[in-house]
Ligand binder design. Structure first.
Ligand code: 5RP
Length: 239
C-alpha cells in the first residue's frame, strides 16, 4: 500500500487548490537565467506546469534538472529545457514534502523519488519546499520513513530496522502486481517508528544499513518552506 492517507473528495479538492496556489507562488520566485531542480509529486507537478507557462509567456531562459521520470516527462511536455548535475548545479530546487517540522526537517519519498530528490535538492544553492497545511507537523514520524532498498538486501534490512524499533512494510504497487520498483530499480520499504526524537541521527543510522541506498528524512536541507493556508501562503525561512 502507498503510505499517503485516504481522504474525502471535498478535502482532496481543497488540498489540490492549495497545492496549485503554493506552486504558483514558487514559480513567481524563479529568476530569468536560473538552473532549477524540479521536484516530484503532485505539488511539484503544478510548479513545473506554472514554470512552463512562464517560459512560454515571458520568454525567460530557464533550465531544469528533474528528480524522477515523472518530472522529466512533464518538464519536457511543458517545454522546459533540461540539463544534468554533470553540467550544472541548480540555483534553486523546488520540491514538495510529506511532512515538515518546525526546524524545517522533512520526510519525503511518498512518490518513491527521494534518492534523486535528496541529491538534487542538496546540490542546489537554495532549496524551497512547497506544501499544503496538512504537511506541517510538530514532530516528524506520523508518515513512515521511506527507504530505497537494493532488492537482494530486503530481508537483512528489514531485520535491522526492526531491531532499531521500526515497523517495516514493503511498498506495494497499485497498477502492477508486486512491489513498487523505483526509478533506480530498487524496492521501497516504509518504516513506521513510534517516535522520531532526533531526525539528524536517525537519517545517518538508516543510511548506515548495508543495502539502504537512501532514506526519506531530509534533515536541515530546506532553506525556505511555502505553506498554503486558508489565509494565503505562509513563508517559513531557516533560522
Ligand atoms: C516524492 C516526494 C513528494 O515530494 C512528496 O511525496 C509530496 O508529494 P505531493 O506534493 O504529491 O503531496 O517526496 O518522492
Amino acid at each position: 500500500m502507498h503510505p499517503k492517507k485516504e481522504v474525502a473528495w471535498e478535502v482532496v479538492e481543497l488540498v489540490d487548490n492549495a497545492k496549485r496556489e503554493v506552486a504558483s507562488e514558487a514559480a513567481m520566485m524563479v529568476n530569468d537565467g536560473e538552473i532549477l531542480g524540479l521536484g516530484t509529486g503532485s505539488t511539484a507537478h503544478y510548479f513545473i506546469q506554472k514554470l512552463g507557462n512562464r517560459i512560454k509567456n515571458e520568454e525567460i531562459e530557464i533550465m531544469g534538472i528533474p528528480t524522477s521520470y515523472q518530472s522529466f516527462f512533464l518538464a519536457r511536455d511543458c517545454g522546459i529545457p533540461l540539463t544534468t548535475l554533470d553540467e550544472h548545479l541548480p540555483d534553486l530546487a523546488v520540491d514538495g514534502a510529506d511532512e515538515v517540522d518546525p526546524d524545517l526537517n522533512l520526510i519525503k519519498g511518498g512518490g518513491a523519488a527521494h534518492t534523486l530528490e535528496k541529491i538534487v535538492d542538496s546540490a542546489a544553492k537554495k532549496f524551497l519546499v512547497i506544501v499544503d497545511e496538512s504537511k506541517k507537523v510538530k514532530k516528524l514520524g506520523d508518515f513512515p520513513v521511506p527507504l530505497e532498498v537494493i532488492p537482494s538486501a530486503y530481508r537483512p534490512v528489514t531485520e535491522l530496522v526492526k531491531k532499531m524499533g521500526g515497523l517495516p512494510s514493503l511498498r506495494m504497487a497499485q497498477m502492477k502486481d508486486g512491489p513498487v520498483i523505483t526509478d533506480n530499480n530498487n524496492f521501497v520499504v516504509d518504516v513506521q517508528f513510534k517516535e522520531i526524537l532526533d531526525p539528524q541521527e536517525l537519517e545517518i543510522q538508516l543510511n548506515n544499513i548495508p543495502g539502504v541506498l537512501e532514506n526519506g528524512i531530509f534533515p536541515g536541507i530546506a532553506d525556505q518552506v511555502l505553506v498554503a493556508t486558508s489565509d494565503g501562503v505562509e513563508s517559513i525561512k531557516k533560522p
